[in-house]
Design a binder for this molecule. Structure first.
Ligand code: ZN
Length: 64
């Protein structure tokens, strides 16, 4: 399992856990952060190497 941290909150200095995903999870998620109330696009890629943090975070502001 790995933790997905809200990139918007993180940019403001807060660590807010959005959700947990299993290590073999891939795809695009749109969780809503309870901290900043933004819908955040989370792109989870398949493991490509030994580096643990392979997730790519994109702030998505078109959804409400
Ligand atoms: Zn947030």
């Amino acid at each position: 399992m790995k933790d997905v941290i809200c990139p918007v909150c993180k940019a403001h200095g807060h660590v807010k856990l959005l959700l947990r995903v299993s290590d073999d999870t891939t795809g695009i998620l749109y969780p809503k952060c309870r901290g900043c109330r933004n819908v955040v696009k989370i792109v989870i890629r398949a493991k490509s190497g030994p580096k643990q943090n392979g997730s790519h975070f994109v702030y998505h502001d078109n959804l409400h």
